[in-house]
Write a protein that binds this ligand. Sequence first.
Ligand code: CDP
Ligand code: MG
Length: 697
Amino acid sequence: MAQFWKPGTEKPRLVEDEDGGVIFLSSSYSSSSSGYGYVSIEKQRQRLPVYKYRTAILYLVESHATTIVVGETGSGKTTQIPQFLKEAGWADGGRVIACTQPRRLAVQAVASRVAEEMGVKLGEEVGYTIRFEDISNPDLTRIKFLTDGVLLREMMDDPLLTKYSVIMVDEAHERSISTDIVLGLLKKIQKRRPELRLIISSATIEAKSMSNFFLSSKRRQALECEELRPRLEPAILSVEGRGFNVQIHYVEDPVRDYIQAAVSTVLLINDKEPPGDILVFLTGQDDIDAAIKLLTEEARSNGKNSSGLIILPLYSGLTRAEQDLIFSPTPKGKRKVVISTNIAETSLTLEGIVYVVDSGFSKQRFYNPISDIENLVVAPISKASARQRAGRAGRLRPGMCYRLYTEEYFLNEMSVQGIPEIQRSNLVSCVIQLKALGIDNILGFNWPASPSPESMIRALEVLFSLGVLDDDAKLTSPVGFQVAEIPLEPMIAKMILSSNELGCSDEIITIAAVLSIQSIWFSARGAQKELDEAKLRFAAAEGDHVTFLNIYKGFLQSGRSSKWCHKNFINYHAMKKVMEIREQLKRIALRLGIVLKSCETDMQLVRKAVTAGFFANACRLEAYSHGGMYKTIRGSQEVYIHPSSVLFRVNPKCVIYHSLVSTDRQYMRNVISIDPSWLTEVAPHFYQQQRHNPTIH
Ligand code: CDP
Ligand code: MG
């Protein structure tokens, strides 16, 4: 019997809405409506391509310090290899098998799948840990999924990661910043722990260059002179895919609006093509929500043919029930349309996809060390990504991929590979983590891809101004060590520490919790006006951070009511998450000796604490054009207040932003007004004419 849900959990259901065919989510799902028929889980496992390689994988892991496994998405790497290892005894004697993922949602999804396959309760033998959510048990968990960021944090307490017998660094081709740091550090750990085994797995990887990375020149010499066990030269195993052919379609002329084009394409497929689910790649929650709204409207007006569409979003921050729906089998006679970020490119496999619609874009982080600006940009994907996306269509039978760009563009303009995140990110968090792990020579660190020296210097400068690093670029005591201990970006950590001195830690911890989730607002889906009105009810003249405090207060006063959230366009699940994170931050704060203290109504203290952490993001109003043009004080870059901010069109003289997003302009998200004189008070070095340069190692 297929087991799609864990016994005892509530099963989500897909239900038809009354007036016209489009299907929405509800509770309680009946697995008997499966369109696929039943296949036992054991059979499903045996059908996966990696199954044939079970013995080979186990042999290689036994005999080699590092094994590189390359295999198409969906071949079973993530869900099967940890189980093979467990069955072969790698988790005996209290040892643990770790498998890292760059994405939180992927960690949750694969952990629950593996627990289900093994017939165990999630959190016991199979568990997972992501930041602020630990569903594992130190005594029971034998297979642990975790983000690579969490693995880095674990190294602070246990530098040699002694509890793990095998560490599988999964999705290595993504080259996330934490994956790269983890790879560099694991290489060091291996020297001290010859019994540790590494598996580097990925969908597409330059296996040879990864292998060379793990094989230093010294080791090469050693290999030549003696027979070493385990073999130091990494083994490379390639698992053949079982993908079917995917027919590629291109648009004839470039499209202007990829959301509209994606929606039209979905409707076209639904009209003309035989059954099979559709996967649409867009870039982020905003455009996914917009596309869902548009598709729902157009499907309704399109009439009969569009009934039976089950439209589902896929992005991080979904609730458990929403995630489960993505993986639930499509009922007979229905067609699922999953509209996703690039998480479905390789991290997650959805069965039943026959059609892929590829916008050609994804949201990417870009950092410019000259202007010192980092933002999220909707940017063109690489050819490698485009191929991966297309491949998602060929799992079940021959599929089709509709690319919303021209063939000429694909052939001549798309880059071959993406750029590793470490080369396009602000390195502040990365530097402090390495420093906390005792890696002082950061430029000389063995990176799979080296970050630019300019970015490194910028990061050192900011950390120096934050009081985290001293003149010798060593962590200061206690501030530097405390900031490193808080599992949030250093600027937030510093804000929390300063709030202790200012006497507003109670408020700042709430703000930190809200800032660490994506959004507490319910996505408007056609109700922008009502959302704006709801925001006005909480809006504070000081800015978004203080507005969050008003919302938090309101939520508590309502008795944490979901009805209250609904009425005010606030996302109840997000608020519950805020409460959880807040509790954890409170515990961390107590550990650091911070006693929670409220400043009651004195919001100036709150604004000062924010300034103490985020002074580098200060901007001054330059002109009232385009609704208020600001310039960053340090870099003179043009920025604007995002329309979602309560300070939009209010335009205080001097503000600090939390992050930037870039569309037609650079927009500041989460903005608070400050007094510019505070800047030289909290960060004299940063805002002095003659800047102090910390020693760079
Ligand atoms: O890691 P890789 O891409 O090689 O494959 P995987 O994630 O281990 O997936 C193997 C199979 O498990 C696929 O057929 C997935 O559809 C299935 N799976 C699932 O049904 N539900 C999940 N939450 C995860 C995987
Ligand atoms: Mg995988």
